[in-house]
Design a protein around this ligand. Structure first.
Ligand code: ADP
Length: 881
């Protein structure tokens, strides 16, 4: 049984809900037993042994001043670390756990990334979500409800990419939800006391934190539970950052463009699918600050649907594009700024050091400079850029900055030894320092004096922790040592001495030093508290700097790449002239392409040889829409973007294949999600559907999905397919059109033109791509022969053995057979040998159109008169046929 200090360690450890405990023992924090072995291994620390109760225990320690980086490293590896500090009391030294550091409550981080702690509560079909970044004081809550709530809640969590998640009581028993959390997120799941999620208690916690705001924000019960639990958790870990969380932000999902996890991955917004290449974020990021880069990332993953917000952002970006010189100046100034939101949070938690306050001071000094630059530019002064700093209180900023002027310009790392405060701010301190300098003077000149006084030519004066001040005389001069010297230490070639006056002066000096250290630390703490009290102001300034930074960054990229400001509208439609892919254009001689979608042309079937550029063309449309909806310029000569409520994509699922999940299953899950979630205001990009299964299945599913998207959902859709059969859909469905990426073939060589043209492609160029890819010549030749034969046979079969011009074979979904699209009334041979079908698909496009309108007519929402008019109109159109 361990006893004494080791015993105390294990007792504290048993009480702490943590993986590891660091316990203070004087100047060190120590770990014992398994904890010591773990940190020894993780941090490469030396592990020694200490025996207790007759047993040896592993022991590892880190100096008190160095604890932070070690704890940070442990927490980043996923450990929860409890810290027990020691206090001197009348009854001796007492140790207790003062803080538990977890991934979501690590305040000391310097990463550019946001560090979210999320809490999620389920109540039937309703989910409450709260996310908090304690390093900046950001706190938001939302409610997600409806049929697809589970998926949306997971999606929303994933969008924040939290480092730690607190699942509420009912979520904990939902194995599927937990499994999905584990699969999608790289976050620690912490099971916190269930009581704190109880509605009454959670509301009380929230009201204590935010006061009346809780009532006015109008959160649902699950959102209150999630938010209350998050606050309680932050409080319990003892990080002391609660006071920096001043605003309870609430939002609803419909403020943002829905981008599900798959879409964010497919569009490579912040991570690429393969790990190589560049993300959209990396491509457009020219921010000069960490806060700016965090905000840009947030915009990219949460585009807005508010046309006014976007127009204002766009106008600011445009002004910054126009005044390049001032913009460059602003960016340079921003580059000197420091992460104020983080300083605010650290000041509040009492962990801000002198250096960070100093940098906060210098950052505040930049604000008037930035405002002057903006006002000095007529173009910017007259734009929404001027409003960015408009809401701030300039005199408050100036007051805080002036107060921080008291900080020394080059403060030491330690807080207790003086040197933190400038002269001229505290008379008592100045006098103390003057006395200290006088006292030091004695020692500075001591060597010289003793040399002269006693003829000691090689005397030196030194100071160290154990001996204090001493004079040191080499053995060769020991004969000349005066009587008043008292030896304190013998070294190999020298002896150290002290004498009465030296002792007295030293006592005085140490006393003054200590007094100064304490006084300066006090002054520093007062400054830090002042900053903490104005955390609000710092957060607001920090936010404004980030807002300016992002706009400058977007303008810089727009100017560099010749992007244009899109026209944004609430009407449906996407018109792009000479559009480019924002990432591909940076390292390719890019061939621009147009795109046009409107309510009457809302579904494009994109065909073309493999590798011709179909997927690039479709992603480019999605990315241009997304960029427009963050307020950015876009890579095109001109663009008119009707705002969308969501962007949905499905593309070849490479990574799932690598994970051993059935690609076809994944593909169908993704398709199902799109068909459920997309609306007539969404943009859908489908890059091949149905490839993961046999041809008939594949075509059938692709066909049915197209009809459903066209007739029922009405989303703007770009659908690339290698099923040539589908191109006939354009004839059957009124709002479907074919486009293809052009390629030419000369002497068996295919040249990709990368231009998108109207109409379907004539065939696939697969064999030529195989050739380009270096497949051995005999194989390519043979494939060419086989292809020719197949085409011949198909043609013969399609024509029932007859002869004639070229025939196109299509798959007829209605009849479940292949038939020739060119000869309307032929009884084409079926593939399964059954009898020929009725010609159900020979309906004229106009009739098809009328049928589609009839099918989708909303009877409940149409007045009888209007309905009558429409029926009359349909009759008229049918008669014309
Ligand atoms: P597909 O989807 O038809 O197989 P991709 O879109 O993947 O083809 O494009 C194939 C290659 O062509 C990619 O390397 C891409 O960078 C390049 N590419 C695509 N479109 C263009 C374009 N408009 N201009 C220049 N290169 C392009």
């Amino acid at each position: 049984m361990a006893s004494g200090i080791v015993g105390e360690f294990f007792e504290l450890k048993a009480e702490a809900s943590a993986d590891l405990l660091a316990m203070q023992m004087g100047d060190f924090y120590e770990f014992f037993g398994e904890d010591a072995e773990t940190v020894g291994e993780e941090l490469d620390l030396k592990v020694s042994e200490r025996s207790s109760g007759g047993e040896p225990y592993a022991m590892a320690g880190v100096p008190v001043d160095d604890l932070t980086p070690y704890v940070k490293a442990l927490v980043e590896r996923g450990y929860r670390v409890a810290i027990a500090d020691q206090r001197d009391t009348d009854d001796g030294i007492v140790r207790e756990v003062t803080r538990t550091v977890t991934p979501g409550t690590l305040i000391e981080t310097d990463d550019a990334e946001a560090q979210y702690l999320a809490s999620v509560v389920a109540d039937g079909d309703e989910y409450g979500l709260a996310v908090c970044d304690i390093t900046t004081g950001q706190f938001r809550a939302t409610t997600i409800s409806g049929e697809a709530a589970t998926g949306l809640a997971l999606n929303e969590l994933d969008r924040f990419d939290p480092v730690e998640v607190l699942p509420g009581p009912s979520v904990r028993s939902d194995d599927d939800f937990l499994a999905a959390l584990r699969a999608d997120l790289d976050a620690r799941l912490t099971l916190f006391e269930t009581d704190v999620f109880a509605p009454g208690r959670a509301r009380h916690t929230l009201e204590t934190q935010f006061g009346d705001a809780v009532g006015t924000v109008g959160l649902s019960d699950p959102a209150v539970a999630a938010a209350g639990a998050a606050i309680a958790y932050i409080d319990e870990t003892g990080v002391g950052a609660l006071a920096s969380i001043t605003r309870l932000g609430s939002y609803t999902a419909d403020e943002h463009v829905t981008l599900d996890l798959t879409t964010r991955r497919n569009l490579e917004l912040t991570a690429t699918m393969t790990g190589g290449g560049r993300t959209l974020f990396e491509t457009v990021d020219h921010t000069a600050t960490n806060a700016g880069s965090r905000l840009l990332k947030e915009w990219l993953t949460r585009p807005s649907r508010d046309v006014e917000t976007l127009r204002t952002r766009g106008a600011a970006v445009e002004a910054l594009v126009d005044d390049a010189l001032v913009r460059e100046g602003l960016t340079e100034t921003l580059g000197e700024s420091y992460d104020l939101e983080r300083v605010a949070a650290r000041a509040v938690s009492g962990s801000a050091d002198a250096d960070s306050l100093l940098r906060a001071r210098d950052t505040l000094a930049l604000v008037p400079e930035l405002i002057d630059s903006i006002e000095g530019s007529p173009r910017l002064a007259d734009s929404p850029v001027a409003a960015i700093f408009g809401g701030l209180d300039p005199s408050g900023i100036e007051d805080l900055r002036t107060e921080l002027e008291a900080l020394a310009d080059d403060p030491p790392k330690t807080l207790h030894e003086g040197g933190l405060i400038k002269r001229g701010y505290d008379d008592d301190l100045d006098e103390l320092v003057a006395r200290l300098e006088a006292a030091t003077e004695f020692f500075d000149t001591l060597e010289e004096r003793e040399r002269r006084r006693h003829g000691l030519s090689r005397v030196t004066v030194g100071r160290n922790k154990t001996d204090g001040y001493y004079v040191q005389i080499p053995k060769s001069e020991s004969d000349s040592v005066p009587d008043e010297y008292e030896g304190i230490k013998t070294l190999k070639n020298a002896e150290r001495y002290v004498f009465d006056e030296l002792r007295e002066r030293e006592r005085e000096l140490f006393r003054l030093e200590e007094e100064r250290g304490e006084r300066e630390y006090e002054a520093f703490r007062r400054l830090r508290e002042s900053v903490a009290e104005r955390a609000d102001l710092l957060q607001a300034v920090g936010r404004a700097l980030a807002e300016l930074d992002v706009r400058c960054s977007l303008a810089t990229h727009a100017a560099k790449r010749g992007w244009t400001r899109p026209t944004l509208t609430d009407e449906r439609g996407l018109e792009i002239e000479a559009g480019r892919h924002p990432v591909v254009e940076t390292d390719t001689q890019f061939v621009p392409n147009d795109l046009s979608l409107d309510p009457d042309r809302r579904f494009l079937l994109v065909t073309g040889p493999n590798m011709s550029g179909k997927s690039t063309y479709m992603r480019q449309a999605a990315l241009i829409t997304l960029l427009a909806q963050i307020g950015s310029f876009v890579p095109a000569d001109s663009a008119r973007v009707g705002l969308v409520d969501g962007i949905y994509t499905r593309v070849g699922a490479l990574d799932e294949l690598a994970e051993g999940r059935s690609t076809f299953m994944v593909e169908m899950e993704e398709l199902s999600n799109i068909l459920h979630s997309a609306t007539d205001e969404s943009l859908v990009v489908l890059d091949e559907v149905g490839r993961g299964t046999a041809t008939y299945d594949g075509i059938s599913i692709a066909w049915a999905a197209t009809e459903y998207l066209h007739n029922e959902v009405g989303a703007f859709t770009l659908f690339a397919t290698h099923y040539h059969e589908l191109t006939t859909l354009a004839e059957k469905l009124p709002r479907v059109e074919n486009v293809h990426v052009a390629a030419t073939e000369t002497d068996g060589d295919v040249t990709f033109l990368r231009t998108v043209e109207e109409g379907p492609t004539d065939r696939s160029y697969g064999v030529h791509v195989a050739d380009l890819a270096g497949v051995p010549e005999p194989v390519v030749d043979r494939a060419g022969d086989v292809l020719d034969r197949l085409r011949e046979e198909r043609a013969i079969e399609a024509k029932g053995g007859g002869s004639g011009g070229p025939v196109q074979t299509v798959f007829d979904l209605g009849a479940g057979e292949f038939r020739t699209g060119g000869s309307e009334h032929s009884n084409a041979g079926t593939n399964d040998g059954s009898t020929a079908s009725q010609d159900t698909d020979s309906i004229d496009p106009e009739i098809g159109d009328v049928l589609a309108e009839l099918r989708s007519a909303e009877l409940a929402e149409t007045s009888p008169v209007e309905l009558m008019n429409r029926v009359r109109e349909w009759q008229r159109r049918l008669e014309e046929e």
